[in-house]
Design a protein. Sequence first.
Length: 129
Amino acid sequence: MDRNQPLVLILTVLAFGIAVAAAIWVLGTKNIEVYRMGIVNDLTHIASDAYLYRMKPATLGGGGGSYAGYSIPEKMVRTGFGFYEISGSSPGDTLMLLATAAQNLGTVTARVGPTGFLKVVAYTGDLLE
């Protein structure tokens, strides 16, 4: 019985190590999914705000049917999930948004159409689906 104890100890340590490695892998995968979903949620809020701007008459400080002149509100520019900006110059009826994920996980590019719906165009880095 004494001869088997070191073998049992080694097998127990090995099994524990494998379990810890598997847990780290699973939690890392879940973390990326949480960031991806959080970024899309933030982009949806920005799209909603932009659409409200587009629908407000120009005489009341809105876009009068266009996204031209829209800027992301300061409180929405940076969240725990990333940094958000308007990507390049967009035509008046669409708005291109770029999200840069926190922790250097990648970027998300999205388009807000004339109806205000958000369409994710591309993921990069670890955020790739």
